[in-house]
Design a protein. Structure first.
Length: 352
């Protein structure tokens, strides 16, 4: 069992990573005053481990669950279950469950405890860590939300066994992002194990890589919880990535996969602005090749630009995270329309 402690604003909690957690879940959680927020498909697979409570709330199995309507209906169910200030919410699921359940926890009775049990690779390495919670509006993703840290995060790589391949690839997109942001040796290591993870879902390799990614994210979030400066680097690849996700529809492309396309365009921009080394670019493309991404054919550059303009992280300019080289990200790079168009046209995974 690896226990990683976080200290955010003098509040401490831990992230526990082990492939023995679900088997011994009673050791980690007292089930007397809890309510589980999850999705039916996940619960069907893991019900036997969570039979100590009858207070279970199911939400939609897609991004649609991150909506005001679902938020309201969850709050009503929590009230029906007589939850009080001492209750704990357990978010059992991927990023969708975690973001919604975290937001519910942060607002119900002005904030109650919650525990994250992430069940997708993406939520293990990324969304369960750092306390960003949120729901979407028609006008945009995550427009309503809060920074609200859980009391505990329990990560058991065993959940990955039942994920479909697309979800694994999506999580690996964020794993590659951590490699690019931290250092070249780590990225080379990721590149060397990608095949085993994709084909064999090697649990020991997964456990180690999850621990490495969690440590990187914690290190950043501890220094900048509210994304005033340093935390912005985690948005590397996300400007164009989000725009692609938004244009194609959140249920048509997975978050981490669209980030991969965004990473390639951000690297092309980094080559233009900072002379990002070709050899490092080739290493990253080599990682991407192992993910077997398909070529996007439905991208409309005009609508990508429109979406980028509206993106809350972009104010009025096109504001990007770029890289001088692997491990050396820079924030607040202002770019013009022509540069962005070129970065999409030169992206070998986007055809238009
Ligand atoms: N809060 C943050 O910091 C943060 C960071 C990144 C992404 N996000 C958010 O996370 C969301 C995406 O999360 P995601 O990629 O985990 O997808 P997801 O939560 O939509 O899960 C993907 C699908 O896999 C299913 N599933 C989950 N675990 C399973 C398991 N163990 N076995 C079988 N099926 C399983 C889910 O029911 C769902 O249908 C987006 O809404 C994104 O905005 C948040
Ligand atoms: Zn992301």
């Amino acid at each position: 069992m690896k226990i990683i402690s976080l200290n955010i604003n003098n509040k401490q909690y831990s992230v526990k990573v082990s492939n023995q957690i679900i088997n011994e879940i009673d050791h980690f959680i007292a089930f007397d005053n809890v309510v589980i927020i999850t999705q039916k498909n996940i619960f069907k697979l893991y019900e036997k481990y969570f039979n100590k409570t009858k207070k279970i709330i199911f939400i939609d199995e897609t991004e649609k669950a991150k909506s005001i309507d679902v938020y309201k209906s969850v709050i009503k169910k929590i009230i029906k279950y007589n939850c009080n200030r001492k209750s704990t919410i357990i978010a059992l699921g991927g990023g969708v469950v975690g973001d919604l359940a975290g937001f519910v926890a942060s607002t119900y009775m002005r904030g109650i405890n919650y525990i994250q049990i992430p069940t997708t690779l993406l939520s293990m390495v990324d969304s369960s860590i750092g306390g960003k919670t949120g729901i979407n509006l028609e006008e945009g993703k995550n427009l309503i939300g809060s920074f609200y840290q859980p009391k505990l995060v329990l990560i058991d790589p065993n959940f990955i066994k039942t994920l479909n391949q697309e979800e694994i690839i999506s999580g690996l997109g964020e794993v590659i992002k951590y490699g690019i942001l931290s250092n070249i040796d780590f990225l080379k290591h990721i590149n060397s194990i990608l095949f085993d993870i994709i084909k064999n879902r090697d649990l020991l390799l997964l456990e180690k890589i999850i621990i490495d990614c969690v440590k990187i994210k914690i290190d950043i979030v501890e220094r900048d919880e509210k994304e005033q400066n340093l935390r912005q680097i985690l948005n590397f690849g996300h400007s164009i990535g989000h725009a692609i996700e938004n244009q194609l529809g959140y249920n048509s492309i997975k978050h981490g996969i669209s980030v991969c396309y965004g990473i390639i365009s951000a690297l092309i921009l980094s080559k233009q602005k900072y002379n990002f080394p070709q050899s490092e670019y080739d290493l990253i493309l080599n990682c991407m090749k192992k993910l077997d991404l398909s070529i996007l054919r439905e991208i409309n550059i005009k609508s990508i630009l429109e979406i980028l303009k509206k993106d809350k992280k972009n104010n009025n300019n096109y504001n990007f995270v770029l890289l001088k080289k692997i491990g050396f990200p820079t924030t607040n790079n202002e770019l013009n329309e022509a540069q962005i168009i070129e970065s999409i046209k030169k992206n070998e995974y986007i055809s238009n």
